[in-house]
Design a protein around this ligand. Sequence first.
Ligand code: BGC
Length: 767
Amino acid sequence: MGWSYFHNVRGFVMKYRLLLACAVALPSIPSGTGAIAQTTNNAPKAAAEKRTGPANRPWLDRSLTADARTELILKEMSLAEKLKLTFGYFPTKADWQRTDTKNWVFPKGGLPDSAGFVPGNERLGIPGQWLTDAGVGVASQRTATPRLRTSLPSGIATAASWDPALAQAGGAMIGNEAFLSGFNVLLAGGMNLMREPRNGRNFEYGGEDPLLAGIITGHAIRGIQSQHVISTMKHFAFNGQETNRFTMDHRIGEQAARQSDLLAFEIAHEVGRPGSVMCAYNRVNGFYACENDWLLNRVLKQSFGFKGYVMTDWGAGHSTTQAANAGLDQESGWAFDRSPYFADALREAVNNGYVSTARATDMARRILHPMFAVGAFDTRVQGDRSTTIDYAAHALVTRTAAEQGMVLLKNRPGLLPLAATARTILMIGSHADQGVLSGGGSSQVYPHGGPVNGITVPDEYPNAFPGPKLYHPSAPLKALQARTSATVRYLDGKDVKAAVAAARTADVVILFGEQWTAESIDAPDLSLPDRQDALIDAVAQANRNTVVVLETGGPVLMPWLSKVGAVLEAWYPGTSGGEAIARVLTGEVNPSGRLPVTFPASVAQLPRPVIEGDVKLDADAHPMGNYDIEGAAVGYKWFEKTGAKPLFPFGYGLSYTTFTMRGLRVAKNGGAVTATFTVRNSGLRDGKATAQLYVAGKGWEAPRRLGGFQKVDLKAGAEQTVTVPIDIRTLSTFDTASQKWVMASKDFSISLSDSAATSFEKVDFSM
Ligand code: BGC
C-alpha cells in the first residue's frame, strides 16, 4: 500500500505531531478525581463518610434506580457543575495544540497517552470519566512505552462468528482490561455498515447487514458494560469511508437511512443499551453529524429512546448553540476541535437563552444516567491496576473469537485440514514467522507479550498516524511447528524465484496474504498490495497444494483463486491469532465463520466504482456523497438487486464437515414470527452450522433481507431442531409519514439458507 493516498491532512497533522512527542513525566493520577475523600485513620474516615455517605448524598444509595439517583444529584448541581460534565480533554501530550486560540494544557487527572478525560466533581462524588479506544481492546496513543494489552480479532472477524454470545464474552474481556487499566468509558461499538469495501475502517465494524451488525455489536456493548465501563456506539452515522471523512456530506433518503445503517444502530441500542453514542465526523444530508437535529434528537433520542449522551468524535464538533440544540451532549478530546465550543461558549449560550437551562440539565442528566446505570459510581475505577489482568485467560477468550470468526472460502477435498502425512510444509510471507497483522489508527491495541514499545516487526511503513503497522507476536510458524511432525520452514516471499523453487519441493505451501488497512485512509483498490497477487500466482503454479491465509481488513480480490487449493480468511486475528490459524489449519478447530460482507468480483460491481470525494479537498470543503444510489440495498442486497455475481456471497463459509438444513416451518404468534427447522451434521467431524433465514416481500429495496440466523453446534451425525425469531422490522418498511415500521403487504416468503446466494427450502406465508 503506497502512501500517496494518505490524504486526511487534518487527522494526519494532528496525530503525526503527537507521535513525535516523546513520553514525558506527566502529573500523577489522583486516586479517582471526584472519588469519595481518601482518609488515613478511622476517625476522619467516619467523619468523611458522614459528610459524603448516602445520608448526605442520597444519589449514592445503591438501592435506588439509576433514574432516581440521577434526579437526586441533578437537584444539587449548579449550572456550572452540570456544564463541566459536557467538556472533555485529550490527555495525551499535545504541545502542538498550544496555539494562540487553543492553549491546550495536560488535563490534571487524565491518564497519559489515552483518548479522553472528563473531570469529576469532588463535592458531589461524581467520578471522572477516563476514556480509551476502542473495539478490540485497550488502545494506546503512540509512545515509547504504550499500554500493552490483549486484542480481540477485528470487529469484522467477530461479526463473522455470527455468534452473539461470543461477541459478548469478548466485550466483557476488553471491558475488564479497560476497567483494570483505569478507564470507565470504552470507545467501542463501532458499526458503520460496509457500503464501501475499500473503507479503511471496515475492520473495526460489524459488516454490511443491519440485523447481523446490530445483534453482534449490541452484544459486544452488553459485555463491555457488564464491567462498569460505558460503551460508546459509533460513528453515528453514515461514516462509510475515510476519504474526506471530516467534510463529506452523505446524502440519503429518510426511509433508506432507517432501513440500513440506522436500523443497525437501532438494534444494537436495543440489545446493548450503550451509555454513549459518538457522532461522526461527516455531514449527513447537509448537516454535520454532531449538530444534526434529525440524527441526534429525532432518530436517536426520540425514536430509539436513547437515554445516554452523545459525544463528538475527536474534532467533530463545529458549533455551540446549533450542536447543543441539535442533541450533542459532550465535546470530546479538547483541543481537537477548532474552538472549545462546550466550555465558556456553552455557558454563555445558556446564560443568554440560546440554549435553555432545561437542555443544559438534560445534557448533564444524559451523562450521569449511564454512569449510575453501569455502576461507575458504585464500582469505581482505581487507576492503573493492569498488573492484575489475567492475560492467560484473556488470550484464550481472544483465541476462541479468532477461531470462530475465520472463514474457510475454498478447500480442495483432502487439502485442509492438513494431512498428518505431509512431511514438508513451506510457509511464506506476511511475517508469519513473527506474528499476525492488526489494523491501524486509534483502535490500535499495542501487543501484549512482545517488546515494550509494542513493535514486534520493525515497521515497514511510516511511524506516523495511523501507523505503526503492528503485529501481535503470535507466530503462525511456531504455532504450526508445535502441532505437526512435518518440517515447517519459512520464507518471506520477497524473492519470488526462491519462493517458487522452494514451493516445488514442499508437500504443502501455506502462503500468507496481507492487507494493512487503517483509520484515515481508504484502500486504493481491492487488490492485495505489494505485488502479493503475483507471488501467490507463481507459487500456486509451482505447487497445487497451496493454501492461502488472508489477513485483511475486509474483502479483497483473488485473481489466483482457481489456482490455489484452499483459502482461509483470518482477518486481523488478534493476540492469539497465530495459534488460532494453526488450530484451524490442522483441524483442531473446525472453521465455522461466515462472511459478514460480500466479497465483490470487481469494483465495477459496486454502487460507487470510484470512491466519492476528491482527496485533495481542504477542511472547509463540502464534498457530496450519494448514498441514495444503493439506499438501503447495501452489500448483498445490492448484488441481488443488480444481478451481479460476487466472488463470495454474504453469509458464505465452508466447514470440514457438511450440514443439511430442512423441514422449514413458519409460526405466527400475535405480531411475532418464528422459523423452525432441523439442522443435521451429515459429515464425519463435529462442527458448527450457521443457518440463515432470508425473507422476501414486495416493494423492498432489494429482493431479500436477512431476517434471522442461528449458529448451531453439532457433533458428527447429530441433528437439532431450532426455532429462530424473525425480526419483524425485516418484514417491514419504515413509513416516514407516521415514523413507524409498517408492513407494506401481507405476503412474504422465507428461505432457509447457508448464504445470501442459496436457498434450501422456501416457505410462503401471510401476516
Ligand atoms: C476516531 C474515533 C476515536 C477517537 C479517539 C477518532 O479519530 O474516529 O473512533 O474513538 O479518534 O481516539
